[in-house]
Design a protein around this ligand. Structure first.
Ligand code: MTE
Length: 343
């Protein structure tokens, strides 16, 4: 698998961050031409059918039957990002990474490909080292655990970042409900695997779905680890991980598995999706760290996406600015520049 070259995104092309209106016009244009999949492929959007259920814009992908219990959620004042503005809602839902939907072409334009995906109803299976196997219904979980809003920094390993108002609950609360055995050292997360609804899975040549990620138990129970069920005051759009996804603001974005359908407690460090694909480039910990360059690019700075084509270049902070909360978990995290280290 080492021969696969995934393009690092040093800049956001115009096509990757246009307004909702522009997207609507582009989709309308394709339909008017009656070209469907051909035009879509030419535009690098993959195969879209133009069927009635297809979304008209990046916010048209919020499922009608998503639970709205607890909305509007109260903002938790402990989690704000005073030094920078929020990313626009359109940008956060237009520029995405989601390989279950798209694995070639214009990788970031995910939302038009989510038309066949029906996230609800949704359950999460809890397995492995637990007192008893459980299955949680997402609606019931939201009602049980309650929801809050947190403003968080979000840093992708590709050196772009966003600032997002997430809605959801602490992962620690969910883990307490799972009742893991004390000998569990790690927790695994598996994403939804539905080839019929997810074209990226159908077309995958290199990826072995479902997407899988994992954390140490002390990481998973950190107060900063969050399960998002919504963003920008609304339930999650499909391309952002509906029905629920992990948000780990001190780690690179790929640690935050979307559309989680299974949680498993284990007693040794499990493999993870990107580490299995590229062990020389992606580690298990994957903490945001400007001192550790990716083998193919620097991590010292990031392009913070404000809206559409508006970006600002800012320095990357150790643990993405959350060292006071999670720094003690990583006594060996390099605090000086090092090359050739993958953690
Ligand atoms: N989860 C699943 N199931 N599949 C994916 O392809 N991509 C990851 C992560 N979670 C991914 C995933 C990566 S690489 C990033 S940067 C973030 O989701 C992107 O989240 P966003 O699209 O909401 O910005």
């Amino acid at each position: 698998m080492a021969h696969i070259h995934l393009r690092p995104d040093w800049h956001i092309a115009e096509r990757d961050a246009t307004t909702e209106n522009a997207y609507r016009s582009r989709r309308r244009f394709i339909r008017q031409l009656g070209l469907g999949g051909i035009a879509a492929t030419t535009l690098g959007m993959g195969s879209v059918s133009g069927a009635a259920g297809d979304p008209d814009g990046p916010l048209d992908t919020i499922p009608d039957n998503a639970p709205r219990t607890g909305l509007p959620a109260t903002r938790n004042a402990d989690y704000v990002v005073p030094e920078r503005p929020l990313t626009s809602r359109i940008a956060a839902s237009s520029y995405n990474n989601y390989y279950e939907f798209i694995s070639q072409g214009d990788l970031k334009t995910v939302w038009p490909l989510t038309g066949d995906y029906n996230p609800f109803p949704h359950t999460i299976d809890v397995r492995g080292l637990v007192q008893e196997k459980k299955t949680f219904d997402v609606d019931a979980l939201i009602a049980l655990l309650g929801i809050e809003e947190r403003l968080c920094r979000f840093r992708c390993v590709e050196a772009w970042s966003m600032t997002i108002p997430w809605i959801g609950f602490p992962l620690a609360k969910l883990i307490a409900e799972c009742a893991p055995l004390s000998r569990a050292t790690h927790v695994r997360f598996y994403s939804v695997d539905r080839p019929k609804e997810m074209p990226g899975i159908r077309n995958a040549r290199w990826f072995d779905f479902p997407y899988y990620e994992a954390l140490r138990m002390d990481e998973a129970t950190s107060e900063l680890a969050f399960v998002a069920t919504g963003m920008y005051g609304e339930p999650l759009p499909k391309q952002n991980g509906s029905p629920l996804r992990l948000v780990l603001p001190w780690k690179y974005g790929y640690k935050g598995a979307k559309a989680i359908s299974r949680i498993e407690f284990v007693d040794k460090q499990p493999p993870t999706f990107w580490q299995d694909l590229f062990p020389n480039e992606y580690g298990f910990l994957s903490n945001v760290n400007p001192n550790l360059p990716h083998p193919r690019w620097s991590q010292a700075q990031e392009r913070h996406i404000l809206e559409e084509e508006r970006l600002e270049r800012i320095p990357t902070q150790l643990f993405n600015g959350y060292a006071d909360i999670v720094g003690h978990l990583y006594p060996d995290e390099p605090t000086e520049f090092q090359r050739g280290v993958v953690r």
